[in-house]
Design a protein around this ligand. Structure first.
Ligand code: FAD
Length: 421
């Protein structure tokens, strides 16, 4: 069995940023394991621009953004293995992986960073009556076919779900010569970024039908038509609102699910809201020395925040290794959500371990306009910030300083509350 100080599972933007920052923090024994044939993760198929505005103050494509981090990994001569599937991670941090060259092999790690990303939810397909003809794709699969493999999935397209990948693919398919007839969204609000609705739908006159779903798929061998209907507040189709579309393709963009099968098997506690690991201020899971970052932790809207979060995980993993583990006695202050936020990352904060400035990220469960985001330490309000609009498709963030905690020793609860203006 070989030994590494830090083993990183996944060579997407999260894994790459974690590796670079762990190296810069002083750790030299780092291994990245990636099942794909190249580093960069899902960004390799995202050939549109708009990446990196926060990190590099430039508009990059997905592959360009990934390349910036791949170069940093190469410059530092960080070891990585491609086409290598991690099969299992034990609670003792033994990683079992497989590839053609080495066969099945084991690595003992001192620390592990989970950076496996997420996969697309296929739920949208399940409750739709009719046959299962060819022509139904997840939006991500269609993105890969068009952008990496050079195939067109279809010519007349209906998209179900208004997540960012669906919106991006509405524009992409149009640019490639297809006719995108409509994007239907079950919820009364879009699941994607506002900028993507403007740039990918409005700019191309593609209608977005909120509170609509697919109620029928026609075609036996190949999709020949789709019927949409409006839904009521309980998401039930309203009879009489059906509309037919002649089309040959249905793309599904119904959300992303963090890839946590490995995490669950090794005993990492998962948050039922995010489907990602429960983590403390160090992005450390309930298993000491096992950290998580990126989409495996919670689904991000911007890759810049993935890189920022993963860099913190890398620094913390490096500190864990150099200190020979974090001290066992911790004073974990839980973060409680009230009035709108569905979850926070991190879920707890130990003031003794936090950096000078800690980012707390969360998402709300519905569109909330003209409200305040307030933070309470016990009963005392320590932050109060007006937000004109908050939407489930856009991640919110706030910053807590170490000084705020120093002023309140013995704190036992932090509350993040959405309050009326
Ligand atoms: C289909 C799809 C399309 C997207 N399109 C866009 C877009 O157009 N614009 C945008 O801003 N964001 C997009 N995103 C969001 C984007 O995924 C994130 O911003 C970012 O890529 C997340 O980085 P990550 O490293 O956490 O995950 P990923 O980029 O998904 O990287 C995770 C890596 O882990 C590897 N891995 C997983 N399990 C294992 C294992 N068991 N063994 C070895 N390796 C493993 C995967 O192969 C992958 O390379 C998309 C996401 C998906 C799923």
């Amino acid at each position: 069995m070989t030994n590494y100080d830090i083993v990183i599972i996944g060579g997407g933007p999260a894994g790459l940023a974690a590796a670079v920052s762990a190296y810069d923090a002083g750790t030299r024994s780092i291994l990245i394991l990636e099942r794909d044939t190249q580093l960069g993760g899902i960004l390799n198929q995202c050939i549109h621009n708009g990446f990196g505005l926060h990190t590099f103050h430039e508009e990059l494509t997905g592959p360009e953004y990934a390349d910036r981090f791949v170069r940093q990994v190469l410059d530092r001569e960080i070891v990585y293995k491609l086409s290598t599937m991690v099969m299992d991670i034990s609670g003792q941090k033994i990683v079992t992986a497989m590839n053609r060259e080495d066969g099945l092999f084991e690595i003992q790690a001192k620390s592990i960073i989970l950076a496996m990303g997420c996969r697309e939810r296929s739920r949208g397909a399940l409750n739709i009556p009719g046959y299962r003809p060819a022509g139904i794709y997840s939006a991500g699969t269609a993105q890969r076919l068009v952008n990496m493999e050079g195939f067109m999935p279809g010519r007349r397209v209906v998209i179900l779900g208004s997540g960012d990948i669906g919106l991006i693919m509405a524009r992409r398919m149009t640019l490639e010569g297809a006719k995108v007839l409509v994007v239907a969204e079950l919820m009364p609000y879009s699941g994607g970024l506002k900028r993507n609705i403007v740039q990918c739908l409005n700019d191309f006159d593609i209608p977005l039908k909120l509170s609509h779903t697919v109620v029928d798929i026609e075609g036996k061998e190949r999709v020949s038509g789709i019927t949409l209907a409006e839904v009521d507040s309980g998401c039930k189709p309203i009879p009489g609102t059906e509309e037919h579309y002649d089309c040959d393709t249905l793309l599904l963009s119904c959300g992303l699910i963090p890839e946590n099968e490995l995490s669950r098997e090794m005993g990492v506690s998962l948050n039922p809201v995010t489907n990602g690991p429960v983590v403390n201020e160090s992005l450390e899971t309930n298993i000491p020395g096992v950290f998580a970052a990126g989409n495996v932790l919670h689904v991000h809207d911007l890759v810049d925040f993935v890189s920022e979060e993963a860099a913190a995980a890398g620094r913390n993993a490096s500190a864990y290794v150099s200190e020979g583990g974090f001290e066992a006695a911790r004073h974990e202050v839980p973060i409680v959500c009230e009035g709108g936020p569905r979850y926070t990352v991190p879920g707890t904060i130990d003031p003794a371990h936090m950096p000078d400035r800690l980012t707390v990220r969360f998402r709300v469960g519905s569109v909330i306009k003209n409200h305040f985001v307030s933070v309470y330490f016990g009963d005392k309000q320590v932050l109060h910030r007006k937000r004109p609009v908050m939407a489930p498709g856009e991640m919110e963030e706030l910053y807590l300083s170490k000084k705020m905690f120093d002023e309140r020793p013995g704190l036992d609860k932090i509350t993040i509350r959405i309050e009326e203006a």
